[in-house]
Design a protein around this ligand. Sequence first.
Ligand SMILES: Cc1cc2nc3c(=O)[nH]c(=O)nc-3n(C[C@H](O)[C@H](O)[C@H](O)COP(=O)(O)O)c2cc1C
Length: 226
Amino acid sequence: MQDYPTPRALETDEIPGIIADFVYAARSAVDAGLDGVEIHAANGYLVHQFLAPSSNQRTDAYGGTPENRARLAIEVVTAVSEVIGVERVGIRISPSHNIQGVVEEDAADVAATYRALVDGIAGLRIAYLSYLADPRAELTRDLRARFGGPVIGNDGFGSVTTLESAQAILDEDLADLVAVGRPVLANPDLVERWKAGAALNEPNSATFYGGDAEGYVDYPTLSATA
Ligand SMILES: Cc1cc2nc3c(=O)[nH]c(=O)nc-3n(C[C@H](O)[C@H](O)[C@H](O)COP(=O)(O)O)c2cc1C
């Protein structure tokens, strides 16, 4: 972790370079052997900062209206897809996650912004849309319908994903797949444990985002503890 610089709004003529950075990173990932990339438009990072009116106070074509605030996300997804192929690109969104100073509290504005984003990328037919949101919320369901392709669901940090909560998302047809965070981090053999109904290792939040390997590579498998 390092000290944060004081944030500033990008100049309009800097934005093509930011999009080029995403393209460069995506191409590098694929060249290095990865199957694809997920455009991180969630959790308070740069693309999300453009989506939210609390952090985006721009007066150019990338700020103001919902459509303008969705523009950067659409342009990044489009540019990355052109270079590495739509089948290798996913996107993660977290409407109203309200984290890291990126606050989306006006429900009508949130709906308009994320509908603009999803409508702007739906025609590309990228690999998937992944959400961190209430799977049962009307907006979440609407975004899934608008996207029209594979959707990965996750209901956020409020409760840790369980086999039952993941299965419920699928059974209620709220997503095509479920993203699992903390249980899979703490259990390298989570699939086997869930299949066997075995006990799980508890995730240790003190090692989250820790900057080194501790808490990422050292949880025991079932066979190691047997
Ligand atoms: C250590 C850690 C790192 C994470 N990194 C990311 C990330 O890079 N991008 C992202 O969209 N979500 C990230 N998340 C959030 C997870 O994808 C997931 O939404 C969250 O953990 C809630 O799901 P869970 O109950 O299954 O843990 C991270 C979570 C944890 C605990």
